[in-house]
Design a protein around this ligand. Structure first.
Ligand SMILES: [Fe+2]
Length: 292
């Protein structure tokens, strides 16, 4: 079986579907599942954006695609439907930039741990602390991040996974990464010590995460191999780079991973065709037609 993993999407939901369709077509593989590691940018309206989502959204029109997906115009819906004819719906876990209250309400209304969040069924949210069969892999999902004073993992969800049997999970999907995986530009150590403890307890074959917006790994924790993914579509400009880094709003190297569950090989996708998935207003129907 083949599972595609996608880094932080921050609203660019058409780019995410386009990347999955292109991965399948250009690599000549069949994806059995697509998993996104949080910061999908799941807000029901722009009014519900947090401050960073509002700030980045102003200069990055494609970050509005998640809200467009909730009430899709005919051409927009056509592209999404065309993509879903090719690839499975995307399972995602909560990042730190989502409307968590809104997502909780969807789970309560449906009485289910996995719920579609949009009318076309393109994206399905997995509530924290659940273990779901994903392409035959027992896959645990733990969203949110450990950041004292700002956010923490849901205690019940964390405790439930810490109480699960070691080896009882094949893949662990989280938004945060393990402690010490990297440093930020101020030299501060990144990652969650609680998450490291969870990885060391569960000992899944693979751990996949996002949040820090750069590829990281492989890192080894006992029998676990851990990888982090880059942000799917990097910003046009950053404070730190003198030149624009992504003026054409292309899918970023290291933001897409492919796991072959038979061979046990995870690889970052850095193929040139990823750059074809681009733009402020992605023509997904056209991309799917070209990929076929
Ligand atoms: Fe993010």
């Amino acid at each position: 079986m083949k599972i595609a993993f996608l880094g932080d999407v921050h609203g660019c939901v058409l780019h995410a579907l386009g990347a999955a369709v292109m991965l399948q077509a250009r690599r000549g593989v069949r994806l059995d599942a697509v998993v996104q590691v949080g910061d999908l940018g799941a807000y029901p309206t722009p009014e519900r954006y947090d401050e960073p989502s509002r700030r980045f959204g102003r200069d990055h029109p494609a970050q509005g695609d998640f809200v467009r997906l909730l009430d899709p115009a005919p051409g927009f819906a056509e592209g999404v439907r065309a993509a879903l004819d090719e690839v499975p719906a995307v399972l995602f876990v909560s990042g730190n930039h989502e409307d968590h209250e809104w997502l909780d309400g969807l789970h309560e209304a449906a009485g289910a741990d996995v719920v579609p969040v949009d009318p076309l069924g393109a994206y399905r949210h997995v509530a924290c602390g659940n273990v779901v069969d994903v392409a035959g892999e027992r896959t645990a999902f733990l969203g949110l991040i450990e950041s004292p004073g700002y956010m923490d993992f849901e205690p019940d969800a964390y405790d439930r996974l810490m109480a699960a049997e070691p080896g009882g999970v094949d893949v662990l999907v989280t938004h945060d990464g393990p402690y010490g995986m990297s440093q930020n530009r101020h030299g501060e150590v990144q990652g969650s010590a609680k998450l490291t403890r969870l990885i060391e307890h569960l000992q899944p074959r693979f751990h996949i995460s996002g949040h820090y917006h750069h590829p990281n790994g492989p890192r080894y924790y006992g029998r676990t191999t851990s990888f982090a993914l880059a942000q799917l579509v990097r910003p046009r400009v950053t404070k730190w780079d003198p030149e624009p880094v992504n003026p054409e709003q292309r899918v970023t190297d290291g933001s897409v991973g492919l796991l072959d569950t038979e061979t046990g090989v995870f690889e970052y996708i850095d193929d040139a065709w990823l750059t074809e998935v681009c733009g402020d207003s992605l023509d997904l129907a056209g991309l799917v037609a070209a990929a076929r």
